[in-house]
Ligand binder design. Structure first.
Ligand code: CA
Length: 506
C-alpha cells in the first residue's frame, strides 16, 4: 500500500469511527433563553425565504447571528409562553407542567411563600442528570421563594429590597445542575451578580450576556469528563428592562439605533410612538443585538470545540415584550401576541431539517419534546402534562396529531394573611389562541365575566380591533370548546370550579 492509499484507508477508518461515535453518543443540549425577547426582534423574518411565514413585520434590529442560526434551524412561527411572565414559564419549561400544577402560578417574590419550585418535583434537569448528563445553569433562575439564606450573611435575604425579588438557590434546590452560576432576579445589566456552585458570590462588573457567554465557553472548554454529554441552560437577563440609558446596554450596540427616529424603529401598526416608553426601544434593540452577539460566541465555541454537530441548540425566551403596542406599559402577562408568542428555534445538524413550522408548541411541551429527541422518552415522568412533539420536529412529513390551539393563563394574587403574605392565587383570565383567532375571558372575584378580547389574527395581525363576543357565534363556540379541553387537560381552577359554566361546557 502506498502512502496515498494508506492515508485514504485511514481517512475512511477515521470517518467511519467518527460516524459511529456520533451515533452512539447521546446528544448535548444548549438551551439559551434571554428574558423578554420579542419574537419579532429577529430580522430574518423580513428575508424573502420567510415571506408568508408570519403576517407581521420584523423589528428593524441587527441580529446577524440569530439570522444565520435560523438558516440552520427549525424555526417555529407560533410558539407561545402559556403564562407569559418569568417564573411560571420557567417552572413549566423545567417540569412539563401547567402553572396550576407546577407549584409556580405567579412570579416568585418574598410575599408569595406558596409560590416556589418544589424540591420534590422531577424536572427536565433531574431526568438529564440521572442519565449521566453533565448539567450546568448560567444566568437568571427566578424559581425560588426568597428566604433569609444569604450564604455570606446567614439569616439575611440576599436582596435588601422589600418585598425581596432576588434569591439564593442552595444546592439541594438546584435540580441536578452540578455547575451553577446563577441568581434569582436582579436587573442591572452592567453590574450583575451570581452565586457559583459553592455559594460564592461574584460581581464581575461587566455586561451580563458577555460575562455569561464567557462562563459558558469556559465551562465547555474545561469539562472534567469530556466523554459525558452536557446540558447547559443559559438565561440572559437582557433585553428585559431596564432599558433607559447606556447603563443598560453596550454603547456599540446602542449606536446602531441612536440616530434613528423612534417612528423608524417602532414600525408596527399598533405601536404608539408618543408613549414615554417609546425612547426605550433604542436600548431594547441594543440589548437584542448584544444578546445576538453573545449567542453567536457560544455557537462559535461549539464549532471550534467540534461538538456543534452533536449538540441540540435551542433559542427561545420566557415571554415577549409589547414595546409600546396596545398603549400598555406592561411588557408581558397579556394575551396579545407580542407578549404571548416567543422565539423558538431548534438546531440539530443532520437530524432536523431547516424549515418553518406553525406548531402551537407551549411551555410544558418543551421538556417532553426535547427528552424524547434525546432518546429519553421512557424517562419522561408520568405526571408531565405537556406533549411530546419530537416526531413533528424530526420529520417534516410527520402525520402526528397537532394541537388546534394554545391555552393562555393569567393569574393574580388571591387572599392575603394579616401580615400581607399571599395565600393563594386568583385565576382572573383564561384565553385561547388558534392559528386564526385569539379569545380571552376575564372574570371578577365573584367569577362573573367582566371583559373579553377577541381578535381575528388573519385580518388583523396587530390585534387592533377587539371584536364583540357573542355566545351564539359558531367561531366563539369552537374556541370555547377548545378552551374547555385545555382547562380540563391542565386541571385548571376554571375546570375544577366550573367557572363561567354558562359559557364553557366542562
Ligand atoms: Ca421574564
Amino acid at each position: 500500500m502506498n502512502t496515498k492509499s494508506l492515508k485514504f484507508a485511514m481517512g475512511l477508518l477515521t470517518s467511519t469511527f467518527g460516524i459511529s461515535q456520533a451515533q452512539n453518543q447521546a446528544p448535548n443540549l444548549i438551551y439559551v433563553f434571554p428574558d423578554q425577547f420579542r419574537k419579532s426582534a429577529m430580522s430574518f423574518w423580513d428575508l424573502p425565504e420567510y415571506k408568508g411565514a408570519v403576517n407581521t413585520k420584523a423589528d428593524p434590529v441587527s441580529t446577524p447571528n440569530i439570522n444565520k442560526f435560523a438558516s440552520e434551524s427549525l424555526v417555529f412561527t407560533s410558539a407561545v409562553s402559556n403564562l407569559p411572565v418569568c417564573s411560571p414559564h420557567r417552572a413549566s419549561l423545567l417540569t412539563g407542567l401547567y402553572p396550576s400544577q407546577s407549584g409556580v402560578p405567579l412570579n416568585c417574590i418574598s410575599t408569595r411563600p406558596f409560590n416556589t419550585l418544589p424540591q420534590s418535583v422531577v424536572t427536565f434537569s433531574d431526568v438529564l442528570a440521572s442519565n449521566n448528563y453533565d448539567m450546568a445553569y448560567f444566568g437568571k433562575w427566578h424559581l425560588d421563594f426568597p428566604t433569609p439564606n444569604d450564604p455570606e450573611r446567614p439569616g439575611n435575604y440576599v436582596d435588601e429590597r422589600r418585598p425581596a425579588w432576588d434569591a439564593y438557590t442552595p444546592p439541594q434546590k438546584r435540580h441536578g445542575f452540578a455547575t451553577w452560576y446563577s441568581y434569582g432576579t436582579f436587573d442591572e445589566h452592567k453590574n450583575p451578580h451570581y452565586w457559583d456552585s459553592e455559594g460564592k458570590k461574584h460581581s464581575p462588573g461587566e455586561y451580563s450576556p458577555k460575562h455569561e457567554a464567557d462562563k459558558v465557553i469556559e465551562y465547555l472548554k474545561s469539562r472534567k469528563d469530556p466523554g459525558k454529554p452536557f446540558a447547559v441552560f443559559v438565561s440572559m437577563n437582557p433585553p428585559h428592562s431596564p432599558y433607559n440609558s447606556l447603563n443598560d446596554c453596550m454603547e456599540q450596540d446602542y449606536n446602531i439605533y441612536r440616530d434613528k427616529p423612534v417612528s423608524k424603529l417602532l414600525l408596527r401598526d399598533n405601536a404608539d410612538t408618543t408613549m414615554k416608553k417609546s425612547k426605550s426601544v433604542r436600548y431594547y434593540f441594543a440589548n437584542v443585538t448584544g444578546v445576538d452577539r453573545e449567542f453567536g460566541r457560544i455557537l462559535q465555541a461549539l464549532k471550534e470545540l467540534g461538538v456543534d454537530k452533536n449538540t441540540i441548540v435551542v433559542f427561545s425566551s420566557d415571554h415577549g415584550e409589547t414595546m409600546c403596542s396596545h398603549g400598555t406599559d406592561d411588557p408581558k402577562n397579556q394575551i396579545y401576541d407580542e407578549a404571548f408568542q416567543v422565539p423558538m428555534l431548534i438546531r440539530w445538524p443532520g437530524k432536523i431539517e431547516h424549515r418553518t413550522d406553525d406548531l402551537l408548541i407551549g411551555s410544558p411541551d418543551i421538556m417532553p419534546t426535547l427528552l424524547s429527541m434525546m432518546g429519553l422518552r421512557k424517562d419522561i415522568p408520568k405526571s408531565v402534562q405537556g406533549s411530546d412533539y419530537s416526531s413533528i420536529i424530526l420529520d417534516r412529513n410527520s402525520t402526528a396529531k397537532r394541537p388546534q390551539s394554545a391555552i393562555y393563563f393569567y393569574n393574580q394574587d388571591g387572599e392575603k394573611s394579616s401580615d400581607g403574605l399571599v395565600q393563594s392565587y386568583f385565576p382572573a383570565r383564561r384565553g385561547i389562541r388558534t392559528h386564526q383567532y385569539t379569545l380571552e375571558l376575564t372574570i371578577n372575584t365573584k367569577n362573573e365575566l367582566v371583559n373579553t378580547k377577541f381578535f381575528d389574527n388573519n385580518r388583523d395581525p396587530y390585534q387592533l380591533v377587539n371584536l364583540p363576543v357573542k355566545r351564539e357565534n359558531p367561531v366563539i363556540q369552537n374556541l370555547l370548546k377548545e378552551m374547555s379541553l385545555w382547562l380540563r387537560q391542565s386541571n385548571d381552577p376554571w375546570y375544577k370550579q366550573k367557572i363561567l359554566s354558562d359559557w364553557i361546557s366542562y
